[in-house]
Design a binder for this molecule. Structure first.
Ligand code: ZN
Length: 347
């Protein structure tokens, strides 16, 4: 976080830095997109005001003003630009709201709101980005998060799996309704032959249940056809044989990794490692509610996928995501008190 120091002492510098990330090619009007804007005097908190000439002409007014934060997720915030920079820096360090409040000297309720706004901003931009797809070698696996208590209870779930052989009625599987929402994890293995390859790219989705009808549209949207697709023997994945080179490892028979005759390593160990990283991360949020679980998971997903970048590159990538939305998702979620149904995201 060292490079933030100059900006943390001066709201104007902080505002200038954030503006540069929002509009790298020059300021444009958030209402009409025009770059025919004039700088006016700053606000008390250091934010720059602008007047949009075309908007003013169209409305027959002398000025149509906007600021650095108009129509951004920060628009309604009472925090100053330098306070936001500090909060985002701490947020990126995977701290929870209590810790951010203490470190940034703000109220815990304010910190909680900031965290939800930031996680929500990532969720609707980065997580839901339809252009982000996995390819080549992709592992899939599920796990269960007890919302409201700690841990993924992964081992317990493994034990639950044995009686599944009885039939296709997945009666014993946990669902969101039962208070243990399942997570689907998809990960594109890192190309070990390429020194500069990015981190293993992961896609994590909180589900209502683990039926094929739930996961099929997600896999179809997120994994490019023709990829090698590695899962355990669980039958919800059988449909993937049609579009992918589907290979299974038989956990039930004690098989955890295998090398096929064509040299392909068949295992889900990359995904297993990510589950344990996610578990450590989520344990940090005491009693996570189902309403917010997918937001925390989105932050983990983003930070994991940017793991090969340095701190500043990740910080600026996060801010570019934040500035690519107005925060409508979070505002809608606040009013509805629930998350947007997945069916709206994958059609
Ligand atoms: Zn305009």
């Amino acid at each position: 976080m060292k490079y933030l120091i100059p900006y943390l002492q001066d709201d104007q510098k902080a505002a200038d830095y954030l503006r540069q990330l929002r509009w790298p090619d020059g300021v444009t009007c958030p209402h009409c997109g025009s770059n025919a804007v004039e700088s006016r005097e700053r606000c008390d908190n250091g934010l720059q005001r602008f007047n949009c000439v075309p908007c003013a002409a169209r409305l027959g007014q002398q000025f149509v003003m906007f600021t650095d934060w108009t129509r951004s997720i920060f628009e309604e915030s009472k925090l100053s630009p330098r306070e936001w920079l500090l909060v985002i820096g701490l947020w990126q360090l995977k701290l929870n709201a209590t810790e951010i409040a203490a470190a940034a000297d703000i109220q815990e309720r304010t910190a909680q709101r900031c965290v939800n706004l930031l996680d929500g901003g990532l969720y609707e931009t980065y997580h839901l980005d339809p252009t982000r797809q996995l390819e080549y070698q992709v592992e899939a696996d599920e796990c269960y998060q007890s919302a409201g208590s700690k841990g993924l209870a992964r081992e317990v779930e493994r034990h639950d799996r044995a009686p599944r052989q009885r039939g296709l009625q997945l009666r014993g599987r946990a669902t969101a309704e039962m208070g243990r929402p399942p997570l689907l994890g998809l990960v594109q293995r890192r190309d070990k032959a390429d020194q500069d390859a990015p981190a293993a790219q992961v896609y994590l989705e909180v589900l209502e249940n683990v039926r094929t009808t739930t996961i099929k549209p997600i896999i179809a949207a997120k994994v490019k056809g023709g990829a090698q697709f590695f899962t355990d023997e669980y039958n919800i994945y059988h449909f993937t044989a049609a579009d992918y080179d589907h290979r299974t490892v038989n956990h039930g028979a004690g098989e955890y990794a295998r090398r096929d005759p064509d040299g392909t390593c068949v295992h889900c160990n990359t995904m297993e490692g990510i589950w344990s990283g996610l578990r450590n991360f989520l344990d940090h949020f005491k009693g996570i509610s189902q309403r917010f679980l997918h937001l925390r998971v989105a932050r983990y997903e983003f930070l994991h996928n940017h793991g090969h970048l340095n701190w500043r590159q990740t910080f600026e990538a996060a801010l570019r995501c934040m500035f690519s939305t107005t925060g409508d998702y979070w505002r809608r979620m606040t009013h509805q008190h629930r998350r947007m149904p997945l069916t709206l995201c994958y059609r």
